[in-house]
Design a protein around this ligand. Structure first.
Ligand code: PMP
Length: 355
């Protein structure tokens, strides 16, 4: 007997970056932050009252919501918290798109969870190809017939960022439909549109604690938007899991988001390592897309993407390779600590053809 629904049996799920345990790798494949979370977040974790875990957490994560609202400069009612930004992006589909509607528009080369969410919620996909140089022509997205649009800024896996003025014009031009901005990598670009949610009611900005806040292991994300969009997410959350953010997570993330000074320093370190690594890869013949994120998307004219991935893996360095049209020649390399990046460069020097 096949007990699965047609959907469960037929869907192609998202493939997360590998997390192998067979040996210690230099792990530059899932865009984690190489630096530890804020000491204040750690203190909040240690101070957490374990005996209080018999109680359910605050359903809307009120304390965390207030801390995020203070950091973003928006009212708490404009914040929605979830179990990772993936969960929030997933909830966006039933909240803002109809199965018999015009669909969700997004780029052909972008975060590969978007098409999976669409398939899962039976929302039509309107795929808009990126330009030859992997930039996004926003006017093509505006022209796409769709109930709403999803844009990762900076984009993944390319790392290319769209400046805030262009984003604002785009949001204005798409006033009749929802614009979801996935700002997972925004800390490394610094041009967040979160404030614009107070001006444009069609805009939802989705952020995560996984990258800029070094808290990928705790699973927390949030959205900033006007009352109507936040209300839609709340309705869908309460049809699925009314306590998505656990109490420990709420306490730790509230402390993290309040420690902007620490994270500004760590982010500056990642950004300066990104620039050093970019130069070092270019010196080795790589073509590297201009990145505003904490990773670099690079291809080598003399070595295939899969070959680079496999040779690095054999040398104990993990990067991400996608077997997908247009990007098969590339590897996505997370910016690590100085030591990790040096290990990557040494591994490359072990096999790259000298041009
Ligand atoms: N958006 C993008 C573009 C991402 O790359 C990721 C991380 N894989 C996410 C969202 C999800 O991050 P998380 O669920 O850890 O918040």
């Amino acid at each position: 007997m096949n007990y699965l629904s047609k959907k469960a049996a037929g869907i192609e799920p998202y493939a997360a970056g590998e997390q192998p345990k067979d040996k210690q790798y230099v792990k530059l494949n899932t865009n984690e932050n190489p630096y530890p979370p804020s000491p204040k977040a750690e203190a909040a974790f240690r101070a957490f009252d374990f005996s209080a875990l018999n109680l359910y957490p605050a359903p809307a994560a009120d304390g965390l919501r207030a801390a995020i609202a203070a950091a973003e400069g928006v009212p708490p009612e404009c914040v929605f918290c979830g179990n990772g930004s993936d969960e929030i992006l997933a909830l966006c589909l039933p909240a803002f798109f109809d199965a018999d509607g015009e669909g969700a528009a997004f780029a052909d080369v972008t975060y590969s969870f978007y098409p999976v969410f669409c398939d899962f919620f039976s929302v039509p996909k309107r795929i808009v190809p990126l330009e030859e140089d992997f930039t996004l022509d926003l006017s093509k997205l505006t022209a796409a017939p769709a109930q709403g649009v999803i844009v990762a800024n900076p984009n993944a896996p390319t790392g290319i960022g769209i400046p805030l003025p262009a984003v604002e014009a785009f949001v204005r031009e798409n006033a009749s439909r929802v614009v979801i901005l996935d700002e997972a990598y925004m800390p490394f670009f610094g041009q967040s549109a979160a404030q614009l949610t107070q001006k444009y009611e069609n805009l939802l900005v989705v952020k995560t604690f996984s990258k800029g806040y070094s808290l990928a292991g705790i699973r927390c994300g949030y959205a900033v938007g006007g009352a109507r969009l936040i209300g839609g997410l709340e309705r869908c959350r309460d049809c699925f899991n009314s306590y998505p953010v656990d109490a420990v997570c709420q306490a730790v993330c509230a402390a993290a988001v309040a420690d902007g000074e620490y994270y500004a320093r760590m982010t500056a370190l990642v950004v300066s390592e990104r620039e050093r690594l970019r130069g070092a890869l270019q010196a080795r013949g790589f073509c590297v897309l201009p990145s505003s994120a904490n990773f670099l998307f690079a291809r080598h004219p003399l070595a295939a993407g899969r070959a680079v991935y496999e040779a690095l893996r054999a040398r104990g360095v993990l990067v991400r390779h996608f077997r997908k049209p247009r990007i098969e020649e590339f590897c996505r390399i997370t910016v690590g600590s100085r030591e990790q990046n040096d290990a990557l460069l040494a591994a490359l020097d072990g096999f790259l053809p000298r041009g």
